[in-house]
Design a protein around this ligand. Sequence first.
Ligand SMILES: C[S@@+](CC[C@H](N)C(=O)[O-])C[C@H]1O[C@@H](n2cnc3c(N)ncnc32)[C@H](O)[C@@H]1O
Length: 296
Amino acid sequence: MSVTGSTILPPSADELSGLSVKEIRTMDFSRVVGYTNEPNMPSGGAATVRRLLQLAGPLRPGLPLLEVGSNTGYTSIELASWTQHQVYGIDVNPLSNRFAAAKAARTGIDNVTFKQGDGMGGLPFPDGTFGLVFVSNVTSFMDDHAKARDEYYRVVAPLGVLASAPIYYRTTPPAAVVDAVSSAIGVTLPVTSLEYWKDLFSHPDATLIAEEAYQYERQTDERIASYLDRVMAQPHLLTAPAPIVAALRERLGEFYRLFDENLSYAGYSILVNRLHHPNPEPVLHTTRLATAPAVR
Ligand SMILES: C[S@@+](CC[C@H](N)C(=O)[O-])C[C@H]1O[C@@H](n2cnc3c(N)ncnc32)[C@H](O)[C@@H]1O
């Protein structure tokens, strides 16, 4: 990858020329993401970010927001684009942070900062800093989920929220699929349930104020191909050698099809837990949105 001052990425056509087709055929997902500049978005994409902001309610004024596991910046940049708050994206991988910073600069979003840190006990912030901490598909990548949860809550301010969008299985996946995804992402994929995550993110001083469950739709070959067309239409890929670009496209397509199969057994939920919520008691007379009464 080239580094020129603080500007980096996407990789130049020259750098891509240095790869071999054979090497690309066995590359893991995160390296292919790096070379293709694949967006790496949260489950549900930008709609999830907008929805979690709605579910979290008005945020405490003046307090910054944090995303843990910001990768190449999609979610943190999206968060920053919808609010006036300062947003921090934290990732253990310094290269991801440089990708993310370059992307923010390209998009002109200036209220987001990317820093290196460890969500599992090493977030570089004092206690109670943030009005909102968001964790999407990141905790699964850590060895000690409870330690990560404690670290997330440590940096949430009183009356602030911990919002999460964990992926879990709705039905038991075939072991071969879990193994294939584990090897694609380089981490043993935990087979978890919604209850596991609700329990994990619970806290003696926090109230679950919102919960929405989603399931994934199966993608057609045509849809995957048209998404690949978009990713591969980036300028750095248009000018790279054709066999390298074809091999990257082929490898990315293999991952997309594998993830699509895996996600057909899975779902995700947006969970919002609020610290020191003043009215934690459940509603007795529960309500739901009414249809308009018939006009007589
Ligand atoms: C699948 S990506 C997350 C993508 C995206 N942010 C999302 O919305 O789901 C997982 C990211 O978590 C990061 N990560 C893994 N362990 C971490 C840790 N202990 N602390 C911070 N980031 C971590 C990885 O480097 C990677 O960039």
